[in-house]
Design a protein. Structure first.
Length: 308
C-alpha cells in the first residue's frame, strides 16, 4: 500500500529526528507515496472547527470547495447569501490561520524543500463527496492526476497537505498505479507527449507574442508539459475502460488525521467524506531528493526534448 504512517513519537518538536530520516520520507513521497499522520501535527482551534462545520455553504454544483488565496488574503467559492454579518471575514481569518500553520509545520518537516516552494491556494471542502453531481472533468471520484488548466506549474510539483476535520467520518480515497505506468496506458495511442520544438507549439508561441494576450488566454500560458498534464487529467476521467479496469488500492483517512501527497504524480480519487481542509504548495523539482521521479523528468526523457 502506498502509505507510510508517521506518529508523533517519530517527531521531535514537530520535526524529523534526523536528516537521513526526512530524506527517506521525501524519497517515498516523490515516488508517489502518501505520508500519513494518524494524529494531525497541525491542530486546529476548536472555535475554528465549529465555524467551518457550522457553515451553511451551498452545495452548488459550480463549486467543489471554498478557496483561500494567500497572496490576496481572500476567499472564493463562497455562497455569500448564506452568510451572516462578519462571517465572511471570520472564514477568511480561519483559512489564513490554517494556511500559515501548515506552512510553518512543513518548513520544519520537509527540510530539503525549505525555501524551494511557492505557497498556492488553500481550500475547505464542506460538501459530502459520495454521490456528488459534477461535470465530468470536475469529478473527484474518478482516478486522476492533478493539473491546473489556468495556473500552469511549469514542471513544479503539486504537493498537497490534507486534513480530515470530520469528527467521526473517514475520508475515503482510491489510489492508482504509479505515474509512469498510467502514462504508459495513454501513450502513444491516446495521447502524444508534446515536443517543445513542434510546429503547433511554435505557432502558439508566435501568436501569444503577437497579440500580447498570454495573460488572458490560459492555453497560451501553458508549456508543452502543462498542456500534456491537462490532457492526461482529462483523458483519465473520460476513459470509462481505464476507470473500471485499472488497478487501485483503497485508503481510509481517520477523523483528525492529515496526509500529504504529490497529486500530479499519484493517481487518486476521493470516494467519500465531508469536511476537509487542504493546502497546496508548488515545489521546485530541482529540490527533490530523487529528481528523476518528477513527472517533468519522466516526460522529457520520453520526448527527448525540454518541455518547459
Amino acid at each position: 500500500m502506498p502509505v507510510h504512517s508517521i506518529t508523533t513519537d517519530a517527531l521531535s518538536g514537530g520535526r524529523p529526528r534526523s536528516i537521513e530520516e526526512v530524506r527517506s520520507w521525501c524519497a517515498f513521497l516523490e515516488s508517489g507515496g502518501i505520508l500519513y499522520f494518524p494524529k494531525t501535527p497541525v491542530p486546529i482551534p476548536d472555535a475554528d472547527l465549529q465555524l467551518l462545520m457550522g457553515g451553511r455553504q451551498s452545495s452548488s454544483r459550480h463549486h467543489k470547495n471554498i478557496s483561500y488565496k494567500p497572496d490576496r488574503g481572500c476567499v472564493g467559492g463562497v455562497d455569500t447569501k448564506t452568510l451572516g454579518d462578519g462571517e465572511l471575514e471570520q472564514l477568511c481569518a480561519v483559512m489564513r490561520r490554517y494556511s500559515a500553520s501548515v506552512s510553518e509545520f512543513l518548513a520544519g518537516f520537509l527540510v530539503p524543500y525549505e525555501g524551494r516552494w511557492r505557497l498556492d491556494y488553500a481550500s475547505y471542502r464542506p460538501v459530502e463527496e459520495h454521490g456528488r453531481t459534477l461535470p465530468l472533468h470536475h469529478r473527484n471520484d474518478l482516478l486522476h492526476t492533478d493539473a491546473f488548466p489556468t495556473r500552469p506549474t511549469r514542471g513544479w510539483r503539486i504537493l498537497r497537505f490534507f486534513h480530515n476535520i470530520h469528527p467521526t467520518r473517514t475520508r475515503d480515497w482510491a489510489v492508482g498505479e504509479p505515474f509512469d505506468r498510467v502514462v504508459g496506458l495513454f501513450t502513444p495511442g491516446k495521447l502524444v507527449v508534446p515536443r517543445a520544438d513542434g510546429p503547433v507549439l511554435r505557432s502558439v508561441k508566435r501568436l501569444s507574442r503577437s497579440i500580447g494576450a498570454a495573460h488572458l488566454v490560459p492555453q497560451l500560458k501553458r508549456t508543452p508539459y502543462d498542456a500534456f498534464m491537462v490532457r492526461l487529467h482529462n483523458a483519465m476521467k473520460e476513459d470509462e475502460q481505464f476507470q473500471h479496469r485499472c488497478a487501485r488500492e483503497f485508503i481510509q483517512f481517520a477523523p483528525g488525521s492529515s496526509w500529504m501527497v504529490f497529486t500530479e504524480t499519484t493517481a487518486h480519487a476521493v470516494l467519500g467524506g465531508q469536511y476537509a481542509l487542504e493546502q497546496t504548495f508548488l515545489v521546485d523539482p530541482a529540490a527533490m531528493v530523487t529528481p528523476e521521479s518528477a513527472p517533468i523528468a519522466m516526460l522529457e526523457k520520453m520526448a527527448g526534448v525540454r518541455l518547459i
